[in-house]
Ligand binder design. Structure first.
Ligand code: NAD
Length: 497
């Protein structure tokens, strides 16, 4: 099938897309089952198109295409492989507008949030394209006439499984390093947002990537399980909920595979009285309500230390000014909307004070809207203050001391991100050293490490070793060979030389 599913939109008006197909060996192919899954535009709660519901047969076809293409790709020097990424970066910049609207339509993000996510994806491509210039292949003379060196060998056929909330960015956390390393990649995008990865496939082909080196297999659980179980797929990167991350990590590891599975989050922000009011309020509102709170780096719990009422008032003002549709994007589907409003209802029934109420943001509107919501007087008995809500809801827990705040943050099972808001370097350092999280912000509520600093949480937010981006990503998608060499007998040789 040659028809490429083109999608064009240049504003929020509803646009229908052609049915999508799997991208295997540089061709669009339907699922072996012939079945499809609807893809919903959350702004209208209406199907914009459909994509294949794949199973083990489709994964098998992708593996065969990857296997056929792999020898030539692995024989291509790294300096040539990175050229594909240089070109991809230029093509993504050329198509930035179109990619942004595509992400917005299938995910529901407002334009600014969608654009930021594409730009971060481009930054990841940029990092990948620089990998050939990094001195990862160290050599050292370790004895007289004896040298040791590292080589990073590709793993072969590898796969990535991505969530709904960042349709282009999360695949690009994995793809650049895996491709530059010389692997063939099979991507299983979230069944809720496959169209962005179709665009990525087209751009990679235009950038000169050989057919079969990047394949997209759409679908849900059957496709994922077939990928994790396939004996020829040697490593899997996963990003999604903790429940699925943990299950897949165990399943893949039991088969001896390399697995890196990023899960959910509950990020805490500690606010102390000396914090800068405008900076803190603006930043916390953006962190909690931007991307409609549907990001693993969103602020979820504010630990208000002492008297910070003036800052809470300022956050409430910012929250009221963040209108759904304009500043706060749509919730991914109706079930997610019901889950989020359910948490708010329950918190209210359990005694929370609702400072800003995002429920019923647009009565009668078919879209999935929940506005910015600020819950005060929260405590750890109320589920909204401890469980991942994944919506634009910020819970405020009031505490008297920094120690109390840190003990709440430290006790939560997730460890993705944490932040402190203060003008004191000593307070900042104290918290930075004591937070139990992998990504820490000082006066920054979305402390996403910019490339080349790597992305990854701790504890229930990540299963597996190392981070997913940066040099860690390159290490994950390669295996390290250590070569020790001698060309002449040496007088002072020992058993190691
Ligand atoms: P999800 O776990 O429901 O789905 C993620 C992927 O797993 C999808 O491709 C989906 O098709 C597949 N999947 C779902 N259920 C499965 C099952 N039972 N067996 C096998 N595969 C299955 O997550 P989501 O709703 O798409 O994304 C939101 C979640 O992702 C949140 O928990 C969020 O915190 C997390 N997330 C984490 C990070 C991070 O860096 N830690 C980044 C983005 C999102």
């Amino acid at each position: 099938m040659n028809a490429a599913p083109r999608f064009s939109a240049n504003n929020y008006d509803f646009v229908e897309a052609t049915t999508g197909y799997n991208w295997i060996g540089g061709q669009w192919v339907p699922a072996a089952s012939g079945e499809t899954i609807e893809v919903i535009n959350p702004r209208y709660n209406k199907a914009l198109g459909a994509a294949p519901s794949s199973d083990a047969r489709d994964v098998e076809a992708a593996v065969a295409a990857a296997e056929a293409a792999l020898p030539a790709w692995q024989a291509t020097p790294i300096k040539q492989r990175v050229q594909v990424l240089y070109k991809l970066k230029a093509l993504m910049e050329r198509d930035l507008e179109a990619l942004t609207w595509l992400v917005s339509h299938e995910n529901g993000k407002v334009y600014g949030d969608a654009q930021a996510s594409v730009l971060k994806g481009i930054e990841c491509v940029d990092f990948g394209s620089s990998l050939d210039n990094m001195s990862l292949r160290n050599t050292m003379t370790v004895s007289r006439g004896v040298s040791c060196r590292f080589e990073h060998e590709p793993l072969g056929i590898v796969a990535g499984i991505s969530p709904f909330n960042f349709p282009i960015m999360v695949p690009l956390w994995m793809l650049p390093q895996a491709l530059v390393a010389g692997n063939a990649f099979i991507l299983k995008p979230s069944e809720q947002v496959p169209y962005s990865t179709f665009a990525l496939a087209q751009l990679l082909q235009e950038a000169g990537l050989p057919d079969g080196i990047f394949n997209v297999v759409c679908g849900a659980r059957p496709a994922v399980e077939a990928i994790v179980d396939h004996p020829k797929i040697s490593a899997v990167g996963f990003v999604g909920s903790t429940k699925v991350a943990q299950l897949l990590y165990a399943r893949g590891a039991a088969l001896g595979k390399r697995m890196l599975c990023l899960g959910g989050a509950k990020n805490h922000l500690v606010v102390v009285p000396d914090a800068d009011v405008e900076l803190t309020a603006t930043n916390i509102a953006a962190s909690a309500f931007g991307s409609a709170g549907q990001r693993c780096m969103a602020a979820s719990v504010m630990l208000a230390v002492g008297d910070v009422q003036h800052i809470i008032d300022a956050i409430a003002d910012k929250a009221r000014a963040m209108a759904p549709k304009v500043h706060v994007g749509a919730i991914t589907n109706q079930a997610a909307k019901a889950r989020i409003t359910g948490y708010i209802d329950q918190a209210e029934a359990m005694g929370a004070q609702i400072l800003v109420d995002g429920r019923g943001a647009e009565p009668g509107d078919p879209g999935n809207w929940v506005g910015a919501t600020l819950l005060d007087q929260m405590n750890l008995n109320i589920p909204a203050s401890c469980e991942e809500i994944f919506g634009p809801v910020l819970s405020i827990i009031r505490v008297n001391t920094l120690e109390e705040a840190l003990s709440i943050e430290n006790a939560n099972p997730y460890g993705n991100a944490a932040a402190v808001y203060t003008t004191s370097g000593a307070v900042a350092d104290y918290c930075v050293q004591r937070f139990e999280a992998g990504m820490i912000g000082v006066n920054i509520g979305v402390p996403v490490p910019r490339e080349p600093f790597s992305f990854g949480g701790w504890r229930q937010s990540k299963f597996g070793h190392g981070d997913i981006t940066g040099v860690d990503g390159f290490r994950f998608w390669t295996r390290q060979r250590k070569v020790t060499t001698k060309w002449a007998l040496q007088a002072d040789q020992n058993w190691m030389s």
